[in-house]
Every structure is written in C-alpha cells, then in structure tokens.
Design a protein around this ligand. Sequence first.
Ligand code: FES
Ligand SMILES: [Fe+2]
Length: 408
Amino acid sequence: MSLTEATPPAAPLRGAEQLQGLLEVLAERAARPLEEARALPGAFYTNEALYELEIEKIWRKSWIRVGRVEELAQPGDFIKHDIAGEPILITRGADGEIRALSRVCQHRFMDILADCEGQKGNAESFACPYHKWTYGLDGKLEGAAHMGKSNLFQRTKDSIALPTFKTAVWQGFVFVNLDADPAPLSDLTDQIEPRLGNYDISEWRLADRIIWGEVEANWKVGMENGREAYHHIGTHLNSLEAMWPAHMVDFDEVETSDFFFARMFVSPEAAGGQEDGHYLQPLLLPGAPNLTAYERSFVTVAGMYPGFILVPGPDATLTITFLPTGPTSHYAELDILVHESALSDPELTEKVKEYREWLSSVNGEDAKAQADVQMALTTRTNVDGGPLSHLEVAIQTFQRYLAKKLVG
Ligand code: FES
Ligand SMILES: [Fe+2]
C-alpha cells in the first residue's frame, strides 16, 4: 500500500476550499476494512471550515453531558457550562424541574453569569451584571430598572425570557441538547445500559472533579486518545501499561457508530488476587458491592459521542468530558464518582485525594501527548495519517461516526 493514496491537497490547511476534499477522504477511510484502516489526514484537526461543520452537524445536535443530578439537588442549585460557544446555565427550579437556559441576556447580550466565579452555586434569581435585568430560575424576566418609559418593554416584558434548551437525565448524568427537536437520549443509552452489567451509575456519587481546562488540541485528538489503549505502551508506559496492558483490551460491538465499548483487563502481575478464575483489579477506593468477580477484573470504557467517555471500574467510575473551544483546542474535565456505599468510609476524603493525584498525573501524560500531536498536525510535512493497528479499531469506528454525521 502506498501511503500517498487518497491524500488530500496539503495546503491551505485552513481553507474552505479544502473541505470537500477532506469529506471525500473521510468517506473513503470510513468504508475500509480494518486491515486497510488508516488515520485521517492532519488537516482534519486544523481546518476551520471542517470545525464549523462539526459544530453545526454534531455538537449542536448531540446530547452533551454537563454534570450530575446531585449537583442540582436543591431548588436554586445551578451549573454553568459552555457548549460549542453557547453559554449555558442549568438550574433546578422551585418546581423541581431541571432546565437548561442560555446565559445571554435578552437586553444587550451580556453573559448573565459573567461575574460568577466557579462552575456552580445556588441562587434565587440571576441579575445580569450589566444593567441588572433579573431572571428567575425558569429563565423568565422578573424585573428591570428604569424601563417604565419604554412602551416596547411594557408591551413585551411578560414574554421576555432566556432561551431554553432540551435536557435529559441518564443514570444521574445531566445532558443538554442545543437542537430544538433532538432524537431521544435513550436511543444511545439503551444500547449502552445492557452492556454495563451490574453497574448502575445512578447509585454512584460525584466525589471530586478535575477541571482540566483548555488542552491545545482539536477535540477529536482528545476523543481518539480516549478511545484506544495502544498508547499505554508509549505515553503511559510507566503508569498504566503494567496494570492495563494495551494487548489485554477487549472491544465489544465496535461496528456501531454512535458509541464504543471496551474492557481493559487487569494484568495477572498487577492483580490484587484471584476469584472464580478471574484476576481482580486492586482497589484504591472502597469497592462497589454487587459486582461479580468477572466485573472486578476489568475497567469498562464506554465512549458516547461526541465528547463523553464513561469509565466504570470496581472502585471508581470516572468520566471524561471533551468540549470543543476552537479548531485546535478543547476543554476537558474529569469526574471521580464513588459508589454510595463508600460515603460512610471515614477515610474516603483522604483516599479520593490520593486517587485525584494519581488521575491528574495520568491525565497530564495524555494532555501533553495531545498537545504534542496537535503541534505536529499543523506542520505541512506530515499531512496524512498512517495505518492503524487492530488495537485502534475504535479509531476507525470513530471515522464511521464522523462520516455518518458530516457526509451521510
Ligand atoms: S445586557 Fe443584561 S441588563 Fe443589559
Ligand atoms: Fe491515555
């Protein structure tokens, strides 16, 4: 095979005129058998026109995880998030409803939480910091000063409200969809749930969150990195490879294009014992009850497109969320969840702290790798990708997902 076949024009990397060529390459790559699979060209991770297409066709139409229901336990609890350039506020209303509201003030466009430090809080109402128009937890305008002489305001004030977006909850995760008429979240979760076995994540609680913030890499670099364990033998040689060797990953139903599912089995050398013929994963946090010995021998990696990876394990369920912030950058945050039965452990806080340090160190390896890759993607000397290993099968199913959304 020649590595120059189907190579798109190398320049300009940012041009809209390159877009059609990229989509043709994507369709061709996605249709290949695994033995012929090949990584996408570098321009896929830098082209601004492609990025805009992804925002329109993927990010503004997909369910995006924004937090956990336990963060919205009380009326007035709120979470602040930005989704593909859209500033969002998720609230628990006095009526108990979870709502996703735009943070764009209906007066003159100020972010109504522009002065809000941090990601969450509790409020009775939201006063825009610019001219103090005030909105309720349901988004409706509750008051505005010095507007009595505006006939237009007096005629329309009862209909002024922050725009709302669709929300859904699955196993305690809160999702938002920017599309006015999206397909139900259950179309996706109904496929994942049966594969989780005895894991019911609604029984787990948010113990800590690592707000990683900006990573200097296209969102697809992040998602692809999270889809394969092949890089354990390089990036994580001294951290993860001994515990979860790259060659011991088992992929399930990889032909689907809406999610991927893999099990990373613990190596016999790193195991914390054996039961019913299964090597057991050593535990850093209190273990969840009701898991079989088989279920305690691996960590599940369930990727839900476009930017959410759920990683249930015997002692910790991790999540990684990627959100695009530009053609060559994305935002990342990681949640650490523990089973509700672990909340009574008096040493839980200390154990979670240690776990966070370990996870931060591993994620630092990933973030560095992604930034290093992105830097190389912007050069013009390596414009096309190489052949994929069978351990990267989920990279090719990601190509199929992208093709379905962007080309199909
Ligand atoms: S922009 Fe919000 S009150 Fe003026
Ligand atoms: Fe990694």
